[in-house]
Design a protein around this ligand. Structure first.
Ligand SMILES: *[C@@H]1O[C@H](CO)[C@@H](O)[C@H](O)[C@H]1NC(C)=O
Ligand SMILES: *[C@@H]1O[C@H](CO)[C@@H](O)[C@H](O)[C@H]1NC(C)=O
Length: 946
């Protein structure tokens, strides 16, 4: 069964002719791109072939570097005419006359039996991908050579050079005869890469020797992208040859990486083949990670396999939640454990692939934004610098080796939006490539995009990808059809219907009701009103177009450096930094217990069919008992609000609806807010932990001269009850602290001793002596307690009794895969490992709760507590201090405020049907309905009609 993927079916809007590029001009640009490509190809064939690469300045061949450590060259140079191999799939598109001869040369001359150590990833994406793609192209050609000639659109008036197939001389060459040989080469190469896979973990070593296999003492260090981007090529190789090993190993490697994700679904960048993440523990979308995500979405499309698309959408949600800045424009690396931006914070040119992937995934709006940042980088430097310090607005690495990612994204966005803006972007790219990188025989790498200084290297992707995507852009070539994708090296690969695997019956059942739709791109308009559509202004007319520009340039064209990012954009107080709604979060449902407001229902991590089930007819999910259900909620790509993406372990797919028909909810329509939030505290804060050597400092850090040493930073979530965390203002500094404030001087952090090997949970009061607190001092302190044992409210009341200013709650330890969960923990509902906002319900007028607002509560992850405890163990004379900072600092906010779930907005009830739509802040959860009408659903009607 073929599944047509919606991403290919973007509905394209034709824009009016304003600012349009004429078709004539576009054709001119296409032809100009083609002639640049021919220039580079012929230069390589004349001056460098059969070497792997051309030296574009000295016009000679570039061979392997005798220095084995020069991996920049040697990873790719396998003595297999790599540039010729890599352009094989581009020739039929741009320079078809050269195609037959090129195929013949590869088929007859290339051998992978070489005594060279090369990179598995590079050999796969450049060589293996090209061979498989070429095999498929040849397979598609008619058997009759004359017909082949016609199918390839060969131009009769080509020059007669030895590396060009002369139509006059050899029009009878049967290029299809090489089909088998090309696949044989691919198979041979594939087998030579197999020794790379570590047998236990399944994670491949980064490099192997093509002749002798894995070398003794080979480095175990590899990266997420390197291990996770073999899927497309290996899967197709397996299905074409019938040898399952390749697909199995690539699949295992992909999952081996995913299974090591963090609690937030984040992956690290560097991993050892033994399966442990290695320093520096960063997560992002650029170098080292990029194509892992890309291959998730593309394998989902090509193999029609939900395993990969599910992984992709989960990892994408984590990226949108943690890696993306709150304005929605920048994707910068973060520390995987602490969820803090890396410092210094850079974006690299490889991450310019992201908009293309976002278009494929259906998130066109995010693609437009991320592309605008790279567009401004390109136009500022007339090329794409390798790495950019976005906060300082200056380059980190100045080179540009002809990389394709930005061009690729421009092509995808043009196809998705048909906005001529992207053609003009292409025009600028073409101009810069021509004037800055073109040499007598090829294209040089730019060593410095500012000075234009060139380097004697032409990577094979300059021809095979950069010029190809530029050509596809101007040729207005639509995306390939279903089950076909461009690999990360730009080689089109196709899974023929005969080789597709049937999804299992369980998977088919789960897919019922699934209806992937693609967000329709709506161009920006101005002057419209309800009755008139307004004038289409396109990408450049977007309100945030200039915002993206200011991110790269600053406010004035000279690129003056501005310390505070907010200052420049609050120019005259007119423009606001855009804020994207939080991408994902979780909510736990429970009916309100009207007899006991403090009752906290246990979470149900694996709800059975008595609570959740899928309607076999419609595929929709119904919830018959809401008690303790955990809903994962995700932002919709069409910008209309949120969708429920999961209920506990059940995944809700696009188009599937969730209907709550719990009789207990009947009395609660509209649903009373489970947790009214009237807190003005920011949802998350940056915690800074310091250590002090002098015990005296402990008495009052407020008056301490000892500045302390910063131990670590962490993100904490504020409770939605208790003390409000507000920034301290200068006059209050003098009065001394009355409550826990943002920006206050550090407060001593007390870590109570363990009893019976168990950390203090703060459920019962302890003496100040036991806690190690001086009786007479009336100084503030913060108590660290572990989650569990009692409710958050009880912990806070106990802390208030002891006289604490604040309480730092440490989350549960992560649950190891396959390890049983203790009943106590299950009862506490302690399944989450990331941040949550503690909540409580109580009657404010009840005198028992009069102290609640005096104590502040912050929740942080388990690992933070572990690190702090360990530091204390090393030196028990040390005194800890804790300080809280507003996370919404110019360094980039990690999380935007979640719309609060207030009682007034929690539910909009349609009185006539007794249904409610759950609101999260300003946004509805679109696929969730609360109904008291059970019968209609049982009749199998689709809820849209309710
Ligand atoms: C390169 O490969 C060819 C055969 O494909 C071989 O004859 C030649 O010796 C190789 N060169 C080196 C330097 O290994
Ligand atoms: C209310 O619920 C809490 C927590 O579940 C429980 O400890 C307490 O005993 C309950 N109170 C009443 C009056 O049932």
């Amino acid at each position: 069964m073929l599944r047509i993927y919606s991403a290919w079916l973007l509905i394209l809007l034709q824009l009016p002719n304003i600012w349009c590029m004429s078709d004539g001009r576009r054709d001119e640009l296409r032809d100009e791109t083609a002639s640049l490509f021919k220039h580079g190809y012929e230069g390589y064939m004349k001056y460098a072939y059969p070497a792997d690469e051309l030296r574009p300045l000295t016009c000679g061949p570039l061979y392997r570097d005798p220095d084995p450590n020069n991996v920049g060259i040697n990873d790719i140079h396998a003595n297999v005419s790599m540039t010729l191999l890599d352009v094989l799939s581009t020739l039929p598109v741009i320079h078809p006359t050269a195609f037959p001869k090129a195929v013949q040369l590869v088929a007859e001359k290339v051998s992978f039996d070489q005594d060279v150590k090369v990179q598995v990833f590079e050999m796969t994406i450049r060589a293996l991908g090209a061979l498989l793609s070429t095999h498929q192209t040849l397979d598609d050609l008619p058997d009759d050579p004359t017909e082949q000639y016609r199918a390839l659109h060969l131009d009769q008036s080509e020059v007669d050079e030895s590396w060009i197939w002369s139509s006059r001389k050899s029009s009878t060459i049967d290029v299809k005869q090489y089909k088998g040989r090309i696949l044989e080469l691919a198979y041979d190469l594939g087998k030579r890469l197999l020794p790379a896979f570590e047998p236990v973990t399944g994670i491949p070593y980064a490099r192997v020797n093509l002749r002798t296999g894995l070398l003794k003492g080979e480095s175990i260090e590899t990266c997420t992208a390197g291990a996770g981007s073999l899927l497309l090529e290996f899967a197709l190789l397996s299905r074409l040859t019938g040898d399952d090993r390749f697909e199995q190993l690539a699949h295992q490697a992909y999952l081996a990486i995913w299974n090591r994700r963090s609690a937030q679904n984040l992956l690290g960048n560097t991993i050892g083949t033994h399966g442990h993440w290695l320093a520096p523990g960063m997560s992002g979308v650029g170098a080292g990670m990029d194509s892992y995500f890309e291959y998730g979405v593309k394998a989902g499309i090509m193999l029609d396999d939900d395993t990969y698309s599910d992984i992709f959408y989960d990892s994408y949600a984590a990226i949108q939640t943690y890696v993306r800045t709150t304005d929605g424009f920048i994707y910068r690396p973060i520390q995987t454990r602490l969820l803090q931006p890396a410092s210094p914070s850079t974006i690299d040119s490889l991450s310019a692939f992201l908009p293309a992937m976002q278009v494929l995934a259906g998130d066109v709006e995010s693609a437009i934004k991320s592309h605008l940042v790279f567009w401004n980088l390109w136009r500022k430097y007339d090329a794409m610098p390798e790495s950019f310090l976005w906060q300082e607005r200056k380059m980190e690495w100045t080179g540009y080796p002809g990389r394709p990612e930005f061009i690729e994204s421009t092509y995808y966005l043009y196809q998705a939006t048909k906005d001529p803006f992207y053609l003009r972007v292409g025009e600028k790219i073409l101009h810069d490539l021509k004037t800055r990188t073109k040499t007598r025989c090829g294209f040089a790498t730019l060593k410095n995009v500012m000075t234009g200084e060139q380097e004697d290297r032409m990577e094979s992707f300059m021809l095979s990808e950069s010029l190809k995507y530029l050509y596809l852009l101007f040729a207005n070539t639509p995306f390939p059809n279903s089950n076909t994708v461009f690999t990360t090296e730009g080689h089109p690969l196709r899974m023929p219907p005969s080789l597709l695997k049937q999804p299992s019956s369980t998977r088919r059942a789960l897919r019922k009701g699934e209806n992937p739709t693609c967000p329709l791109y709506r161009p920006n308009t101005v002057g419209g009103s309800s009755g008139s559509p307004g004038i289409i202004v396109g990408i450049e007319g977007r309100g945030d177009y200039d915002y993206a520009r200011s991110l790269v340039y600053g406010l004035d064209d000279s690129g003056a450096q501005v310390e505070d990012r907010r200052r420049i954009w609050y120019d005259g107080g007119v423009c606001k930094i855009p804020i994207e709604p939080k991408f994902t979060f979780e909510i736990v449902l429970s009916p309100l217990d009207s007899n006991n407001a403090t009752a906290v229902p246990p979470e149900d991590p694996s709800p059975g069919p008595n609570k959740v089930n899928q309607d076999p007819l419609t595929g929709h999910y119904q919830i018959t008992d809401v008690e303790g259900l955990r809903l994962g909620v995700r932002w919709r790509f069409d910008g209309k609000g949120y969708d429920v993406a999961s209920i506990g372990p059940h995944r809700i797919r696009q188009g599937q609806n969730v209907i709550i028909r719990d009789p207990a909810m009947r009395d609660h329509l509209p649903i009373p807010a489970t947790t009214p939030i009237d807190s003005t505290s920011p949802p998350e804060l940056l915690l800074r932990f310091l250590s002090y050597s002098s015990p005296k400092a402990a008495i009052s850090l407020q008056s301490s001269e000892d500045d302390g040493q910063v131990l670590l930073h962490a993100v904490g979530a504020t409770a939605i009850f208790g003390n409000e965390f507000i920034p301290i203002t200068p006059p209050e500094l003098d009065e001394g602290p009355t409550s826990w404030r943002i920006g206050q001087k550090p407060i001593p952090l007390i870590i109570p001793p363990e009893t019976d090997g168990k950390p203090y949970q703060g459920c019962s009061a302890m003496s100040l002596e036991w806690l190690g607190i001086d009786h007479d001092s009336r100084d503030p302190f913060v108590l660290m307690v572990s989650r569990g044992g009692c409710t958050f409210l009880e912990k806070l009341l106990v802390a208030a009794d002891i006289g604490a200013t604040g309480i730092l709650v440490i989350g549960h330890p992560p649950i190891k895969a396959g390890e049983p969960v203790s009943p106590e923990r299950e009862a506490e509902g302690g399944f989450e490992e990331g941040l949550i906002r503690p909540s409580a319900e109580y009657d404010e007028s009840d005198p028992r709760f009069r102290n609640v607002k005096k104590v502040g509560m912050i929740y942080t992850e388990w690992v933070i507590g572990e690190v702090l405890k360990q530091m204390m163990q090393e030196d028990d004379k040390k005194i800890l201090g804790i300080e809280i900072l507003n996370i919404d600092s110019p360094e980039g906010t990690l999380m935007p405020p979640v719309g609060s779930m207030t009682s007034s907005r929690s539910c909009e009830k349609d009185r006539t049907t007794g249904e409610g739509l759950l609101m999260v802040g300003d946004w509805p959860i679109m696929n969730l309905r609360v109904t008291d009408n059970a019968i209609r659903f049982q009749q199998g009607k689709s809820p849209e009609s309710l």
